[in-house]
Ligand binder design. Sequence first.
Ligand SMILES: [Zn+2]
Length: 95
Amino acid sequence: MGFKANARKRRKATASTSGKSDVEKKEYVGEIKCDVAGCDNWADKKIGGRKKAYDWAVDVWGDSGLSSESRRVALCKSCYRIGKKHKKDEPDSWS
Ligand SMILES: [Zn+2]
């Protein structure tokens, strides 16, 4: 009897854990970090992240504003938006 009660307890715990993970879905854990200095967002493609050429990003944030020096810079959704806004006045044909 004691064992049965224990099993029921465990099942309840499992159910509450899975319910909790539904809430935690909001806090996405990605694989690629945004390369803009001071930005803690994820830059994964599936959540709107982008990869842009280093030169493209340097024009927006400058050398010290980027935490990566690779030729391709990972940008989160909001940083990409900032960059796009910054570039708005420039012709797009060369890119
Ligand atoms: Zn960012």
